[in-house]
Design a protein around this ligand. Structure first.
Ligand SMILES: [Zn+2]
Length: 114
């Protein structure tokens, strides 16, 4: 059982929250212009990270606010909790200078157009 630190309410039991999937997935600017494959990739293709993973959580039983959490998928350690719209804390000051809110995908699915 996780003890999740809600940014508004403080530490609460995991059962008070709903998991919202991978964080930093931007909605397409022109969804009508996407191919079926690109739309399917937006809807269903997510990283399967071993280690630090940014994910969205909703404190559904209390403040009903969404927030992002950086959690280690191996140890379940919660490394950071930060507001929606903010960059991943572990990616902000990288030497690459990248400020894009989306995560790079380490492995492209076959036929991906990116
Ligand atoms: Zn809360």
């Amino acid at each position: 059982m996780l003890l999740i630190p809600c940014p508004n309410c403080g530490p609460r039991d995991e059962t008070e929250f709903h998991y919202g999937g991978q964080a930093h997935i931007a909605y397409p600017e022109n969804p009508a212009e996407l191919t079926d494959r690109e739309w399917a990739e937006y809807l269903f293709y997510r990283d399967n990270t071993k280690g630090a993973f940014a994910e969205r959580w909703l404190h559904s039983t209390s403040c009903r606010q969404w927030f992002n959490m950086l959690r280690d998928t191996v140890t379940y350690d919660i490394q950071a909790v930060y507001p929606m719209g903010q960059l991943r804390p572990d990616k902000e000051n990288t030497a690459t200078g990248t400020t894009a809110p989306t995560l790079p995908s380490p492995v492209s699915p076959e036929g991906a157009s990116k």
